[in-house]
Design a protein around this ligand. Structure first.
Ligand SMILES: C[C@@](CO)(OP(=O)(O)O)[C@H](O)COP(=O)(O)OP(=O)(O)OC[C@H]1O[C@@H](n2ccc(N)nc2=O)[C@H](O)[C@@H]1O
Ligand SMILES: Nc1ncnc2c1ncn2[C@@H]1O[C@H](COP(=O)(O)OP(=O)(O)O)[C@@H](O)[C@H]1O
Length: 315
């Protein structure tokens, strides 16, 4: 009898996102600081005794077919370990979706990372973290971080990770219009068209370029647990294109910023916006203020906490 596993897959926020330049592969060279938060999807992975993978998800914005990132992760495992697929068979993947979809919170990437971990366990592969990370990077730029979690500096296209000792005392209020999605590819392409002249030139050499990257003070604030500074130093280049295109997201950001907290920023390619808070009480107060200021049934608001884990097995 083969085991089934239930895994928790946390969302991430971007505390920092700087676009350094474009890359020959069409992606963008980044410096990011990524943070896992307590808002999690729950995935159950069940051996199904079939020669196929199946995805079950009730959320109307999430496909259950071969385009689901969780399905793609399972397919990658089949291609990478055909003998294990032949021996153990496929799995059913049931996704309980709690992370808002297409929100800049890496929900799909987190699901893909969870499937890699689940199949590794079910097929008794015993993969090392670097082996899992190599597979993760083939599925998407954010998938390696989702696997590892915690707090990390991410470079390259987002897949090269340097873990840092993060803070675990911060809370956040997270808000998103449920009727609004932003395509990540659109956000990067639009940024490239609008701000190409601000990219650091490759000709300057890596040393010169590194001096011009501005994430240092925020990394230092995180390491020294300076909450107020962390709030002040939040940064996201993609705000320049997303807030311009979506005035209601810009307005939401403004209202959240005025409601108190340590600092407010859009996460990733948006459109979710978060405000960092010192405590759960402060987060609840800000949540109430934002609800009262924006009377829109499409606005979702969540409270979450910084966490120090990536994919974990639910007990
Ligand atoms: C913006 C960020 C910030 O953390 O997250 P989200 O807002 O999507 O959560 C990431 O960079 C998104 O990561 P992820 O969603 O895994 O992206 P991928 O699937 O690899 O790529 C989606 C598309 O984004 C663009 N892309 C992505 C990463 C990168 N460094 N440069 C890019 O130009 C490419 O056009 C690509 O086709
Ligand atoms: N398992 C999944 N969870 C969420 N979205 C998924 C999943 N698989 C595919 N998608 C599709 O991927 C797109 C991006 O979703 P998501 O990963 O939540 O956002 P983001 O890239 O902004 O972090 C959505 O349009 C959604 O339909």
């Amino acid at each position: 009898m083969q085991h089934s596993y239930t895994l928790l897959a946390p969302a991430k926020i971007n505390l920092y996102l700087e676009i350094i330049g474009d890359r020959p592969d069409g992606f963008h060279e980044l410096v990011m600081i990524l943070q896992s938060i307590s808002l999690c999807d729950r995935l159950t992975i069940n051996p199904n005794g079939l020669e196929q993978f199946r995805v079950f998800c009730q959320h109307e914005q999430v496909p259950s077919d071969q385009t689901n990132l969780a399905y793609k992760a399972a397919k990658l495992m089949q291609l990478s370990f055909p003998q294990h697929f032949a021996n153990y068979g496929g799995v059913d993947i049931t996704i309980e979706k709690n992370i808002p979809v297409a929100a800049g919170l890496a929900g799909g990437s987190a699901n893909a990372a969870a499937v890699l971990v689940g199949i590794d366990l079910i097929w008794k592969l015993g993969l090392t973290i670097p082996e899992l990370q190599t597979l993760a990077a083939q599925l998407g730029s954010d998938v390696p971080f989702c696997l590892a979690g915690g707090t990390a500096i991410a470079t390259g296209r987002g897949e090269k990770l340097g873990k840092i000792k993060g803070v675990d005392h911060l809370w956040l209020v997270l808000a998103k219009y449920n009727n609004l999605e932003v395509s990540t590819a659109w956000a990067y392409q639009t940024y490239r068209l609008s701000f190409h002249d601000t990219y650091l030139s490759d000709r300057q050499g890596i040393e010169q370029r590194t001096k011009q990257i501005h994430s240092g003070p925020l990394v230092s604030a995180i390491i020294h647990k300076e909450s107020a500074k962390i709030g002040e130093l939040l940064h996201n280049d993609l705000e320049k294109v997303v807030l311009r295109e979506y005035p209601n997201v810009a307005q939401l950001r403004e209202i959240m910023q005025r409601s108190g907290g340590l600092g407010t920023m859009m996460s990733g390619s948006g459109p979710s916006v978060f405000t960092l808070c010192e405590s759960a009480e402060q987060a609840k107060q800000i949540q109430k203020t934002v609800f009262q200021s924006i009377n829109d049934p499409n606005l979702g608001i969540w409270i979450a906490q910084f966490i120090n884990t990536g994919i974990s097995i639910s007990t």
